[in-house]
Design a protein around this ligand. Structure first.
Ligand SMILES: [Zn+2]
Length: 220
């Protein structure tokens, strides 16, 4: 009888331990569930923060005097660059190097456009019309910053597309191509852009980008 009682007691303890483990794993997964936000939820949250302080005519993208912090020297330049969507500062990738031959050497630069911005490592071989860009310390576009520079419809358009604080910009047309998590290939102006997201513990921690000057074939 005593033995049976002991066995029952042991079983009870085992049951308690198992139940606690199950409970704790349940509460763990509940925590994960409440903290996890889908891409759509993040976007909706950002769209809820859109409260532009800028009238359309003063918008840095579509207004009468577009693009503050955007020197005239870039306008009409047959190159593309990177623009920080929070500070609206631009960086010319200087890829319009044309047909001129130059000594074969590779330059490596680390660039940050604005405060609290994604780190950009730029690798450019001078003998080719291409470059490699490695993005790390990825930051996202902040609606509170965009509210001060862009009109409401431009912010909404950017929030729909931008997963990070950077976009490619065509200096001639002012077309923007925000960098997106699920886009691995795109074109802007006469350039082809290949994007390769690098994952760490299941989430994207860096992006490797290759840009090639690739003008379209013309009709003969
Ligand atoms: Zn606008």
């Amino acid at each position: 009888m005593i033995k049976r009682k002991r066995v029952l007691k042991m079983l009870y303890i085992v049951f308690l331990i198992t139940f606690t483990v199950v409970l704790s794993s349940c509460s763990e997964s509940n925590t994960v569930m409440t903290e996890y936000k889908t891409k759509k939820e993040i976007k909706n949250e950002k769209l809820g923060q859109v409260q532009s302080e800028v009238e359309q005519k003063n918008c840095s993208l579509c207004g009468d005097e577009p693009v503050i912090n955007y020197p005239d020297v870039y306008l009409g330049n047959n190159s593309i660059g990177l623009i920080n969507l929070n500070s609206w500062e631009v960086y010319d990738l200087e890829l319009d190097i044309g047909e001129e031959y130059s000594e074969d050497c590779t330059s490596i630069q680390i660039v940050n456009i604005g405060n609290h911005s994604t780190t950009i490592q730029l690798i450019k071989p001078s003998a080719y019309n291409m470059c490699q860009i490695n993005l790390s310390n990825l930051e996202s576009a902040r609606v509170e910053d965009m509210n001060k520079m862009l009109c409401e419809s431009c912010i909404r358009e950017i929030v729909e597309e931008a997963d990070y604080d950077l976009a490619f910009i065509d200096f001639t047309t002012k077309e923007l191509k925000p960098i997106q998590k699920n886009v691995v290939g795109t074109t802007i102006s006469d350039y082809y852009i290949h994007l390769d997201p690098i994952k760490e513990n299941g989430s994207i921690s860096a992006i490797e980008i290759l840009i090639f000057y690739l003008p379209k074939k013309e009709k003969s």
